[in-house]
Design a protein around this ligand. Structure first.
Ligand code: HEM
Length: 158
């Protein structure tokens, strides 16, 4: 297994395996919703709701793997503060994605009012804003603070 996937073997936790799915799916949901508005194509709106629901499901393993990854962050100090911000942003985004997916799948098809559709689009914009800020702090943890990097292995290889 290690010979076939040396990158996977080198991971200190499995959070990076899961995080890119909600990021991609939430972004795709926003792009489909924008396309539905711009091109007046109802089927893009339905695709946006389906993709958003998949993103909300994909957030579940991302959140749980994040909780198990936090053992690699020091208990206090600047990296811990960034971790707390990242966690709060991502949990808020995950809950919002679930609420929006429920609205998109069950409420919008029955009550497709202009006001509800505008609120749905605004919700997707807020979701992607929270996600971008949260993912940025996740990247800061890894690429600036070196969280979850095996430094002793890295130094031996260079
Ligand atoms: C939908 C939820 C979440 C997403 C999309 C997400 C996304 C990310 C991203 C993009 C990174 C940078 C890693 C990379 O570039 O591969 C990261 C790192 C990290 N995240 Fe999250 N995150 C989520 C939830 C959480 C939660 C709830 C925690 C709990 C504290 C957490 C803790 C961490 C930690 C400790 C790191 C540093 C790298 C590591 O240990 O793997 N994340 N996250």
């Amino acid at each position: 297994m290690g010979a076939l996937f040396p990158g996977l073997k080198a991971l200190l936790n499995y959070h990076p395996l899961f995080v890119h799915f909600p990021i991609a799916l939430w972004t795709a949901a926003l792009l489909f919703e924008l396309a539905a508005r711009a091109l007046k194509r109802e089927e893009f709106d339905r695709t946006a709701c389906a993709v958003l629901a998949l993103g909300a499901l994909a957030a579940v393993p991302a959140v749980f793997s994040g909780w198990s990854a936090q053992a690699s962050v020091p208990d206090s100090g600047p990296a811990n503060e960034i971790k707390e911000l990242h966690e709060n942003l991502m949990i808020t985004a995950s809950i919002l994605s679930g609420i929006l997916a429920a609205v998109g799948l069950f409420v919008l098809p029955r009550k497709p009012t202009a006001m509800l559709r505008a609120a749905f689009l605004a919700g997707l914009l807020v979701l992607c804003g929270l996600m971008a800020a949260g993912a940025d702090r996740g990247a800061l943890l890894v690429y600036h603070y070196g969280t979850s990097v095996d430094w002793s292995a890295a130094q031996k290889q260079q």
